[in-house]
Design a protein around this ligand. Structure first.
Ligand code: ADP
Length: 399
C-alpha cells in the first residue's frame, strides 16, 4: 500500500479533490469541479503537466467524480499505477459522536445523515461525495474527517450555552466549532516552528478565510473556539455576521415580518464584509478602502476589532500563550489585518516586526521579533494534507 490518499471535499454544487502523499504532504494532482447541475459546469485539473480545463454540463456528483477520474487518466498521474491507501472525505458536522476521524460504513453514513439538521447546507453534499466514492471505489477504505472533531476536547464549560436543559439535552444545542482540520494542522505546525512538542505549547489560531474562526489550543487540545452550533458565530466573515445579540432575529421577525429562513439567509449570505462594505472578498474590500470608501473602512475596523477581542479573550482562557498563528487567505496574506489586530499589545508580550510582517514569503514563518515573548506566526494551512494523514492513520490502524 502506498501513502497516497484521494481527498474529496464535496460541496452542494462543487467537488474538490487532491491526490496527496499523506506522509510528505506532496500533492501529485488536484482539481475542482464547479457549478455541478448547470449546463456550463467547469472542471479544472492541476496535473503534473500543468492545468487542464473543461467546460461541459456535469449533471451530479457522480458525473463530477467520474470526470475527475478521467482527468487522472488523461492528464495524469494515472490512478491505476498508484496503490491508493484510501479515500479521505471532509465532513463538516460530526456532532458530539465523532471526536476523531472514522472509517466509513453504513452506520457512519446513518449517523452523518442524522446530523443533517445541524448542517443542512454541508452534510448532505458531503454524504453525496461519500456515496459516489463508495460506488466508484468499492474496494478502498474510505474515511470521514470531521471539521468539528478537533474541538470535541472543549471542556463542558466552554461548549455549553446558558439555555434550557431540554434544548441542550434533546436537541444538541451546544458549541461544536468548525475548521477543525485547519486548527489541528496549524497548531501542530506552530509547535514544530517553535521546536517544541504540541503537548508543551499553547497557541491561538486565527483561521481567516471566507469563513473565519479562532481557537485556543492548549497542549495540542482545542479548549475554546469561536464558531458554535453552526459556523455563523464568532468572527466577522466574508458573508456571515459572526456574533450578534441573539435577540436580533426575533426583533426582525417581529418588527419587519421577516421569516426565520430569511433572517438566517441574510445573516449567512448578506452580512459580514458583504453587509458592511458591499464586497465579501477581502482583496476587494482592501481596494475600496484604499480608494477612501467609508463602508470598506468600517468593515476593516469592525473585522479587526472583533479579532482583537477574541485574541484577548483566548489569552485569558489560556493564561500563557506561546504563539499566535495566522492562517487562510486573509490571515496568510494581509499584513494590515495582522498589524491592526495586534497593535499595542506589547504589555501582553505580543509584538510584530514590521519588515517580517510585510514579507511576501509564502512559507510558514515568524513575524515577531526574535526576542518576543509570544511568537507571532504566519502558517499556511493545508487541510487536504491533514485529511490525508488522518485518513492514513485510520487506514493503518484498521489493517
Ligand atoms: P476559503 O475559506 O474559501 O478556503 P481562503 O482561505 O482562500 O478561503 O480565503 C479567501 C479570502 O482570502 C478572501 O477574502 C480573499 O480575498 C482573501 N485573500 C486571498 N489572497 C489575499 C491577499 N493577497 N490579500 C488579502 N486577502 C487575500
Amino acid at each position: 500500500m502506498s501513502d497516497h490518499v484521494l481527498v474529496i471535499n464535496a460541496g452542494s454544487s462543487s467537488l474538490k479533490y487532491s491526490l496527496i502523499d499523506g506522509h510528505t504532504g506532496e500533492a501529485a494532482a488536484s482539481g475542482l469541479v464547479e457549478r455541478i447541475g448547470e449546463s456550463e459546469s467547469r472542471h479544472i485539473h492541476h496535473g503534473p503537466d500543468g492545468d487542464a480545463e473543461k467546460t461541459r454540463a456535469i449533471a451530479d456528483h457522480e458525473d463530477a467524480l467520474r470526470g475527475a477520474l478521467n482527468a487522472f487518466e488523461e492528464h495524469g498521474p494515472s490512478l491505476t499505477g498508484i496503490d491508493l491507501a484510501g479515500v479521505g472525505h471532509r465532513v463538516v458536522h460530526g456532532g458530539s459522536q465523532f471526536g476523531a476521524p472514522a472509517l466509513i460504513d453504513d452506520d457512519l453514513v446513518a449517523a452523518v445523515t442524522d446530523l443533517v439538521p445541524l448542517a443542512p447546507l454541508h452534510n448532505p453534499a458531503n454524504l453525496e461525495g461519500i456515496e459516489v466514492a463508495r460506488r466508484l471505489f468499492p474496494d478502498l477504505p474510505q474515511v470521514a474527517v470531521f471539521d468539528t472533531a478537533f474541538h470535541q476536547t472543549l471542556p463542558e464549560h466552554a461548549y455549553t450555552y446558558a439555555v434550557p436543559l431540554a434544548w441542550r439535552d434533546d436537541h444538541g444545542v451546544r458549541r461544536y466549532g468548525f475548521h477543525g482540520t485547519s486548527h489541528a494542522f496549524v497548531s501542530q505546525r506552530a509547535a514544530q516552528l517553535l521546536d517544541k512538542n504540541p503537548a508543551d505549547v499553547n497557541v491561538i489560531v486565527l483561521h481567516l478565510g471566507n469563513g473565519c474562526s479562532a481557537s485556543a489550543v492548549q497542549g495540542g487540545r482545542s479548549v475554546e473556539t469561536s464558531m458554535g452550533l453552526t459556523p455563523l458565530e464568532g468572527l466577522v466573515m466574508g458573508t456571515r455576521s459572526g456574533d450578534l445579540d441573539p435577540a436580533v432575529p426575533a426583533y426582525l421577525t417581529r418588527e419587519l415580518g421577516f421569516t426565520t429562513a430569511e433572517v438566517d439567509r441574510q445573516l449567512n449570505s448578506s452580512s459580514g464584509l458583504k453587509g458592511l462594505a458591499g464586497a465579501n472578498d477581502f482583496r476587494e474590500v482592501s481596494k475600496l478602502r484604499a480608494g477612501g470608501d467609508a463602508g470598506a473602512q468600517l468593515a476593516f475596523d469592525v473585522y479587526c476589532h472583533r479579532l482583537r477581542k477574541y485574541i484577548g479573550a483566548y489569552y485569558a482562557v489560556l493564561g500563557t500563550v506561546d504563539a499566535i498563528a495566522f492562517t487562510a487567505g486573509v490571515g496568510e496574506h494581509s499584513a494590515e489585518v495582522r498589524a491592526a489586530a495586534l497593535a499595542g499589545l506589547g504589555r501582553l508580550g505580543i509584538s510584530i516586526d514590521a519588515e517580517r510582517n510585510q514579507s511576501a514569503s509564502t512559507d510558514a514563518r515568524f513575524i515577531s521579533p526574535d526576542d518576543s515573548q509570544v511568537a507571532v506566526l504566519v502558517v499556511p494551512t493545508n487541510e487536504e494534507w491533514q485529511i490525508a494523514r488522518e485518513t492514513l492513520a485510520v487506514v493503518s490502524r484498521s489493517c
